[in-house]
Design a protein around this ligand. Structure first.
Ligand code: GLU
Length: 328
């Protein structure tokens, strides 16, 4: 039997309904969580580390970074064959991606979550926890980077996003699909994500902003960020990566001040590319020094910029981390 370490962070998977508050609140300890899935110990020897017990809307980049350090400390131990992290779905895609970028290991690292508390009718807690144990103990899940297992699907950390506020099938990889599935008798991998990368960083720079564009946006929030000493930002542009003129002017100002600015799209499929030469067009922005964020979502590009700035302040190196491969 494999030895799997379960690191609990909170989320609905560890929540209970509180009738006084008429809301779900963090309640279950890690031990209670594992005990609530009968027979789970038949699939692996499970050890527990209780990292936090929070709604994942309270997860911060600093906590995510500490989590990567905890994972690294345990993964170097021979007696640990794989890691499971339980997490809320709200920010799971960011935590999964920072682990994917900063932890370089052949051993399976699997994040899982639930959309319905254990006390709720049709809870998805036991199914997801059991599926995560199967994935983390499977040799098929080695060397695949950080994985997200939910609803019997296995997703790549770089690709997965929360797509639905309420449905249990909320975690999807738009444009890609899952890497594989968990069946009762087998963990099946269909494909590998070959554009995965790691960043060797001893710290992260948490002071990185994310701005989402909409029609007529004047970029005043960028000005606010610059006044508040942000160290870089990601701009979730329109379509291929275009901005309204006034917002583009603020972006150009930031680039001239020497800040790294990464361009992504508010579309959730496809990569950004400078095809349009208007005042806020992606072509003009890129010629001026904006960095293409490829097909990364805004939140994931922000996580990557935090890691990149934790490693270096060299703009060319940062540009290579984002554009190397996909634009090379
Ligand atoms: N607010 C919850 C959280 O992210 C969302 C549901 C879930 O846990 O998956 O912690």
């Amino acid at each position: 039997m494999k030895n799997i370490l379960v690191i609990t962070t909170g989320g609905t998977i560890a929540m209970k309904y509180d009738p006084v508050k008429d809301a779900f609140v963090p309640a279950k300890s890690g031990k209670e969580l594992l005990n609530s899935v009968p027979g789970i110990n038949m699939f692996a020897q499970l050890k527990l580390v209780e990292f936090s017990n929070i709604d994942s809307s309270e997860m911060t980049p600093e906590m995510m970074f500490r989590l990567t350090q905890t994972i690294n400390q345990h993964l170097v131990r021979d007696e640990v064959d794989g890691i499971i992290v339980t997490h809320g779905t709200d920010t799971l895609e960011e935590t999964a991606y920072i682990i994917d970028l900063l932890v370089d290991s052949e051993k399976p690292i699997v994040l899982t979550a639930a959309m319905r508390g254990f006390d709720e009718l049709g809870t998805d807690v036991p199914t997801n926890l059991l599926a995560a144990v199967k994935a983390a103990s499977s040799d098929s899940c080695r060397n695949l980077g950080t994985l997200v297992v939910k609803n019997d699907e296995i997703h790549a950390a770089r690709e997965v996003i929360k797509t639905y506020t309420s449905n249990v099938a909320t975690l999807e990889s738009p444009g890609y699909g899952p890497l594989g599935i968990i069946d009762p008798d087998h963990v099946i991998i269909f494909r590998k994500s070959i554009i995965r990368e790691t960043i060797v960083a001893k710290r992260i720079e948490p002071n990185v902003a994310l701005y989402k564009m909409s029609a007529g946006n004047d970029g005043s929030s960028i000005d606010y960020g610059l006044k508040n000493n942000i160290k870089g930002f990601v701009i979730e542009g329109l379509g291929r990566g275009n901005l309204p003129t006034k917002a583009a002017e603020k972006v150009l100002r930031a680039i001239n001040l020497g800040l790294p600015v990464v361009l992504t799209s508010r579309c959730f499929k496809g990569r950004v590319l400078g095809l349009y030469g208007g005042t806020g067009g992606g072509k003009k922005l890129h010629d001026a020094g904006i960095i293409y964020g490829g097909d990364l979502s805004g939140p994931k590009a922000r996580i990557k910029l935090m890691c990149a700035l934790g490693k270096t302040s060299d703009m060319l190196e940062i540009k290579k981390m984002f554009e190397g491969g996909m634009y090379g």
